[in-house]
Design a protein around this ligand. Structure first.
Ligand SMILES: [Zn+2]
Length: 57
């Protein structure tokens, strides 16, 4: 179960390409559905910084 509420998720967009984000790694990451960058979630707070993102699979 994700720690992020649905309303919050809808507001979250990839800062690189503005695509929607999806849960990854049991909610500890957010993966961009567009460019595939993976953003960390720290203490339940998504860190939507391209500098913090990792390349996805
Ligand atoms: Zn993206």
């Amino acid at each position: 179960m994700s720690a992020l509420a649905g309303w919050a998720r809808e507001l979250l967009r990839c800062p690189a390409c503005h695509a929607e984000l999806a849960d990854a790694q049991a909610g500890t990451r957010l993966r961009c559905t567009g460019c595939g960058l993976v953003y960390p979630v720290r203490d339940g707070v998504p860190v939507l910084l391209v500098d913090e993102a990792a390349d996805g699979d």
